[in-house]
Design a protein around this ligand. Structure first.
Ligand SMILES: [Zn+2]
Length: 140
């Protein structure tokens, strides 16, 4: 059994689909992090068969929207005093800001360099979002 109490204060990202951990690890920039971080792969799981797990010794700002898009099945555990203080179950966000850039070269957001463009979920299965200005679809 893997124990969460090996970290005193920090974050444990749980229920990552097996083999998806590394992508999330990199997306969050943890491979460049100064904190003590661990990517644990192929942990036996009742729910998933196998899962990956990320532990971060320290509280960092996580972008839960990016995490939710990458893997909506994730659970983020906030650990304090070696105990889980908060469990956040992620889901696919309906709207996101500042994650995607519009791929359409003629979109006003591209021409005028608009930041934090809002994208709206259009396809849950494909995890596709559309630009609020020109409806061009994009995904991670
Ligand atoms: Zn656009």
């Amino acid at each position: 059994m893997l124990k969460i109490d090996s970290i005193k204060r920090g974050i444990v990202i749980d229920h990552i689909k097996a083999n998806c951990g590394y992508r999330i690890f990199k997306e969050l920039g943890l491979h460049k992090s100064d904190h003590r971080v661990a990517l644990i792969r192929n942990v036996p799981s009742k729910k998933l068969g196998k899962k990956d797990l990320i532990k971060i010794e320290n509280k960092i700002d996580l972008d839960l929207n990016i995490l939710g898009i990458m893997d909506p099945g994730l659970t983020v555990n906030i650990v304090e005093g070696e105990e889980i203080k908060e469990k956040i179950k992620l889901s696919l966000p309906q709207k996101v800001n500042g994650i995607f850039e519009c791929k359409n070269p003629r979109c006003v957001t591209t021409i005028e360099n608009i930041e934090n463009v809002e994208f709206i979920l259009v396809d849950k299965e494909k995890k596709e979002y559309k630009c609020e200005y020109c409806d061009t679809k994009t995904s991670l």
